[in-house]
Design a protein around this ligand. Sequence first.
Ligand code: UT7
Length: 342
Amino acid sequence: MTNPAIKNPRAEHDFVGRTCSISAVGSYVPEKVLTNADLEKLVDTTDDWITSRTGIRERRIAADDEYTSDMATRAAQRALERAEVDPADVELIILATITPDMPFPATACLVQEKIGAHNAAAFDVEAACSGFVYGLEIGQQFIMSRTYDTVLVIGAEKLSSIVDWEDRNTCVLFGDGAGAAVLQNRENTHGLLTACMGADGRKASILSQPGGGCLHPATSQSVSDRLHYLKMDGQEVFKNAVTAMTTAAREALARCELEIDRIKCIIPHQANMRILNAVGDRLGAREDQVFSNLQRYGNTSAASVAIALDEAVEQGQVERGDLILLLVFGAGLTWGAAVIEW
Ligand code: UT7
């Protein structure tokens, strides 16, 4: 028998009648545009190679004095304004990034200060390009359990700070930016129906930034060995991305007993147009169901699907009541899929 002298707040938790919805989204990309023609001057590449192999035409690059926390702050402020939420009412900030302003404190805490969300708990999530869906799933748990009523989930990256600008295999792919979502309990909607998360640490080495942790702390040797840059086995990542996002999508749809044609907008991680096409084909999706903006931003890792979701909403490709499928994949390996009634 439980001890009656101890009040267990969780005993009153009840998911029935509770939803976790995205009240509003917001995004921010830096002003500076780096085109494929610009990259031709930096490394041995061509606009034709980049466009035909990736679909990317340009990407945004943050200013020297513009950091992940600044971009996250701009995206968060836009989302909060649209949701008509006072920053003081935010109870939790989850920030997904692989390019924090510094190893610690968490960039989420820096954002908490910048937006004036002084009542919020704050922490970072490191799930690479899958971070935004990981963040949504974590945030949902707090909303559904009635621990919090308002959670801010942000994906933000300054990838230009870890990209090796001498490595043509990787430097053409990435860009900077941020996206944010306000999670709340809303009536008359199912909101976030499900989110699947997955990981496979056996393949950790195919995409990583080896230096800067306790394995290879920063030394003059680690710097000259270029260990602080992003390293990627592109072909392996490509194959795993297609398989993982397809599998995650099928699992998420099956959980909701949905067929792909019920989804209004599929928003995959914006890594490579050939990956988006391959995933769309395997799922039996029509071309017009798959959203892409990687032509303009490249791969912005944790910010990618958050920025894309904001643009899909802004462009009217998604309206309230529509079903959305978010698909993510990244280093770890990590992956995820989320089905949302918008
Ligand atoms: O956010 C995490 C998810 N990341 C991804 O999903 C990225 C997944 N991978 C990819 O998108 C593709 O694998 C890449 C775009 C990175 C590469 O495309 P690929 O068709 O797999 O090319 P590859 O790596 O097989 O390289 C083909 C050739 C190579 O030359 P050789 O060895 O055949 O002579 C490369 O050296 O293309 C060369 N190459 C380039 N040439 C011009 C590689 N990068 C470039 C470049 N410009 N930027």
